[in-house]
Design a protein. Structure first.
Length: 268
């Protein structure tokens, strides 16, 4: 949009003619409205590839930055390096991703395959479509960037166990059972998957330490027991690095072991 210097009123024939188009400093009519920048937060709606349309799970997301992207294929998280050619194309170099076994692996695999190499960018109001050389597409709509959930007061449900660069989702028998909440006074309460527990936390910057755990004494066997033992060991291993992105919490020990947990929604 042009900036008119040293002009304080909409006066003069030439200026009137110009303002007939620009609206005296306001944006032009909707026919020439500014299209959205590719950078931002996007909800993936669908993929088209091989003559098929694959509809995205609700959690499929893409956060596009100036030179890096991060997102979720629907279950597994990922990162990528980006190199833009103006706003018409971008070259995507895949980075790291988690490797959990997920319910809709067909969509996840297709998304990962499409989101790499040179992609052309089609933009529309609140919409973004990335196209591969063979015409396959990733269709997305803009979403407000989610604010990070607070560490304290948030009910966290453990979703996966981390070991170095790999992340494994909890077994079906244990899914959704391991939960914890850190109260404002740093009292911790929750369930390890079988036994309830309590502890006292210490928070220093980006690290969280859990004091001795007090737990019930039910015998826990099978996958639930294995998860419980892993969490008990993790919580007792000393200071854990804490990282929150949106509604996902990662706690990681110095040896690379850790967990990822999801914040409960308002409905929960």
């Amino acid at each position: 949009m042009r900036t008119f210097r040293h002009v304080h009123t909409c006066a003069g024939l030439a200026l009137v003619l110009a303002l007939a188009v620009t609206g005296c400093g306001r944006e032009a009519a909707s026919g020439s409205a500014t299209l959205p920048d590719p950078m931002g937060s996007w909800a993936v709606e669908s993929l088209t590839t091989g003559g098929r349309t694959l509809h995205a799970p609700d959690s499929a997301r893409l956060q596009i930055g100036q030179d890096q992207a991060k997102g979720n294929y629907g279950c597994n998280g990922f990162t990528a390096e980006l190199a833009f050619t103006g706003t018409s194309a971008v070259n995507v170099t895949p980075g790291v991703s988690t490797t959990m076994a997920c319910a809709d692996m067909e969509f996840e695999t297709a998304f990962a395959k499409l989101f790499q190499g040179r992609l052309t960018i089609d933009r529309g109001p609140d919409r973004l479509t990335l196209k591969t050389a063979d015409g396959s597409t990733i269709a997305m709509t803009s979403v407000p960037e989610a604010s990070d959930a607070p560490l304290t007061t948030t009910p966290w449900t453990v979703e996966s166990l981390v070991s170095g660069a790999t992340s494994a989702s909890l077994p079906a028998e244990a899914a959704g059972k391991s939960q914890f909440t850190i109260a404002p006074d740093l009292a911790v309460s929750g369930n390890l998957g079988c036994n309830r527990f309590s502890a006292k936390a210490t928070v220093e910057g980006s690290t969280v330490s859990f004091g001795p755990l007090t737990a019930t004494r039910m015998a826990c066997e099978g996958p639930v027991g294995e998860v419980e033992r892993a969490l008990t060991e993790l919580f007792g291993s000393g200071p854990l690095t804490s990282k929150i992105e949106g509604r996902t919490l990662t706690l990681t020990a110095p040896d690379g072991k850790g967990l990822t947990a999801k914040a409960a929604s308002a409905a929960e």
